[in-house]
Design a protein around this ligand. Structure first.
Ligand SMILES: Nc1ncnc2c1ncn2[C@@H]1O[C@H](COP(=O)(O)OP(=O)(O)OP(=O)(O)O)[C@@H](O)[C@H]1O
Ligand SMILES: [Mg+2]
Length: 249
């Protein structure tokens, strides 16, 4: 579904992502792991159109999508969440989900930005409410974003990404900041998303989550791909243990 080929991005001469290649198979859960600063978020920003590559290509179902804007990519079936919450605090939970890939927090933006007819508005509202129910935050539909707990906001972000009905979902650290039981629920949610037919690519430091849900793992270190394979292969790789996992893993 997704083919990343020799992807490179430099910032002032420093390569945040350097010559990274891997592919994402339809229907699988893929993870990208590695130490802080390894280039995982930069990789996501390159795939999702936030940054343009310095070199290399990103192909979605064979089509080169390098340089496409995030809302264009959403229409092509790719959605993402962010490592740092991107919630509009001056809006309700439902309004945040309805925004989808249009992450601009001005009030009154929904109608003007999307140029909606009433019928399209109704369909968007319905898809957004269904996504909120799916991730388990339907009860907070009309709550103001400032009233929501961190755990609810994390799931709200996933609802916003799911609202457009993506085929490929990118999650940057879905468990960051969550306690054990919330992480457990998040793991179950990601499993349900995958079972629903959405291909998942996630970045995560919670190794219990990663090892339990990933079909395929790419390990990054200092901008480069260090290793890849299934959980069993990756966790016994001496380079991966030395750079990231540590001996106890
Ligand atoms: N916009 C930018 N300008 C300059 N340097 C950047 C920029 N974005 C990322 N970098 C650098 O690229 C490197 C990789 O950062 P990145 O955020 O991709 O790491 P990460 O693997 O996501 O780390 P973490 O696990 O801490 O989230 C870091 O050295 C970072 O400082
Ligand atoms: Mg990151």
């Amino acid at each position: 579904m997704l083919a990343v080929e020799s992807l490179t991005r430099t910032f002032g001469g420093v390569a945040a992502v350097s010559d990274v290649s891997f592919s994402v198979r339809k229907g699988h859960v893929h993870a990208v792991i590695g130490p802080n600063g390894a280039g995982k978020t930069t990789l996501f920003n390159l795939i999702s159109g936030v940054y343009t590559p310095s070199a290399g290509t990103v192909k979605l179902d064979g089509e080169d999508i390098g340089g496409h804007a995030p809302d264009q990519l959403a229409r092509k079936g790719m959605s993402r969440t962010f490592q740092n919450l991107q919630v509009c605090m001056n809006m309700t939970a439902l309004e945040n989900v309805m925004l989808g890939a249009h992450l601009r927090c001005r009030s009154g933006i929904l109608g003007s930005l999307l140029g909606l007819t009433r019928r399209a508005d109704a369909a968007l509202r319905e898809a957004s409410m269904a996504a909120m129910d799916f991730v388990g935050v339907g009860a907070w539909r009309d709550a103001h974003a400032t009233q929501l707990s961190f755990g609810v906001l994390k799931r709200l972000e996933i609802a916003r990404a799911l609202q457009a009905g993506p085929r490929l979902l990118l999650l940057d650290e879905p468990a960051a900041g969550l306690n054990d039981s919330e992480t457990h629920e998040m793991t179950a949610l990601i499993r349900r998303i995958a079972e629903d037919g959405v291909t998942v690519l996630l970045v995560e430091h919670d190794m219990k989550m990663v090892m339990s849900i990933s079909d395929h793992i790419v390990v990054m270190d200092q901008g480069r791909k260090l290793a890849e394979g299934d959980a069993a292969t990756v966790r016994k790789n001496p380079d991966v243990i030395a750079a990231y996992l540590g001996a106890e893993e």
